[in-house]
Design a protein around this ligand. Structure first.
Ligand code: ADP
Ligand code: MG
Length: 342
């Protein structure tokens, strides 16, 4: 087991440096002030870089709409990290800020404050040319309204070809583009729709064609806003299956936005948005018991934001009469939260 001790543990080194500094400050006769600790925590944060290895990083994202002197805070400091290769869902009630977030992540809109990056592209600082390239090559999108995804006068195959033609100069020329379009239609089980126009396709086939269009230029991530909103549940199930296949076979990261909480059963990770912030998440994993039986375990977690803030669910706080403050107690492996009985 010698190999486990070999790699230099950088965290340890950083901690030791911190401890030394603290000791020094103490030796100088001063106690460590809150400002000192805050500065140090900030430096530590910057060194490890919030979400430095994540594909999507939203850091305290704010979007305020002002119309006729009325301000709507659609996003109120939203933090979100998505790893490369994830298949995840963002759920939230209507008006919680889901579409606002997607418009920012797809490069259609710019946030008021905070930062957002996708595949290393800084979404707040892109010139027009970079933004266009970003929208053509880095991200793909599927909207709820099928009419927004497909051109009615082109066949399914021609619709999938279009983004590749617009991008131009891709490898292999026209023949390569044609065969890539066929390949994508195959993966999405649409070979039989190749030469049909959108009006000749069912709702589910139209949305699967839209997924193929979104994948045409091999994006890092595909975003879908309520992609099954206009479909019945069994057709919706097929569309989710298509997203799963794309994620499995092509490794494309997939982010699905929906108000339908049952989507949690279709993906491995579901993040809930409430009032323009991420509030909780559900992770699903497959467990195998001692008899080799597989079962899916779903666990709900509360999210802790970058400042360490945690939102306690009202179902928990109300019965205990928790209002303005709580007592915290650190135990060896957990934290206890007690109502203030004073
Ligand atoms: P969701 O997609 O979760 O239903 P949205 O992101 O569309 O939520 O909206 C979040 C909030 O921002 C809502 O209160 C909505 O009315 C408001 N909003 C969205 N777009 C605009 C806009 N263009 N102008 C003004 N307010 C907007
Ligand atoms: Mg919406």
């Amino acid at each position: 087991m010698a190999h486990t001790t070999e790699p230099a543990d950088t965290t340890d080194t950083a901690d030791t440096a911190d401890a030394t500094e603290t000791a020094e400050t103490a030796a100088r006769g001063g106690t460590v002030s809150l400002a000192d600790l805050e500065a140090r925590a900030a430096a530590r944060g910057a060194a490890s870089g919030y979400g430095h290895d994540a594909l999507i990083v939203c850091d305290r994202l704010v979007r305020v709409y002002s119309t006729d002197g009325i301000e709507v805070q659609a996003l109120q400091g939203l933090d979100l990290l998505v790893e490369r290769g994830e298949l995840m869902a963002l759920v939230g009630a209507s008006g919680s800020g889901k579409s606002t977030l997607l418009n920012i992540l797809t490069g259609l809109d710019v946030p008021t404050a905070g930062s957002a990056s996708v595949a290393g592209c800084d979404l707040l600082n892109m010139d027009a040319a970079t933004r266009l390239r970003y929208r053509r090559e880095i991200v793909g999108f599927v909207w709820q309204q099928t009419a927004r995804n497909l051109l009615p006068f082109l066949t399914a195959h021609q619709n999938v070809m279009l983004p590749m033609q617009l991008r131009g100069g891709g490898p292999g020329g026209r023949r390569a583009r044609k065969s890539r379009a066929d390949e994508l239609l195959d993966i999405l089980d649409l070979a039989h729709c190749r030469d049909l126009r959108p009006a000749q396709l069912s709702g589910g086939e139209q949305q699967r064609t839209a997924i193929a269009v979104a994948l045409a230029n091999g994006p890092d991530v595909v975003f879908a806003d309520e992609p099954t909103g206009e479909l019945d549940s069994s057709t919706a199930e097929q569309v989710f299956a298509a997203f799963r296949r794309v994620n499995d076979e092509l490794g494309t990261t997939v982010v699905i936005v929906t108000h339908d909480a049952t989507v949690a059963e279709e993906v491995r990770r579901t993040v809930a948005i409430r009032d323009g912030r991420t509030a909780s998440e559900v992770l699903r994993r497959t467990e195998v018991d001692e008899h080799g039986r597989e079962s899916v375990v779903a666990q709900e977690y509360a999210t802790i934001d970058r400042a360490g803030r945690l939102q306690l669910p009202r179902d928990f706080t109300e019965p205990l009469g928790i209002k303005e403050r709580v007592l915290l107690e650190l135990e060896e492996d957990h934290i206890q939260i007690h109502p203030d009985r004073a």
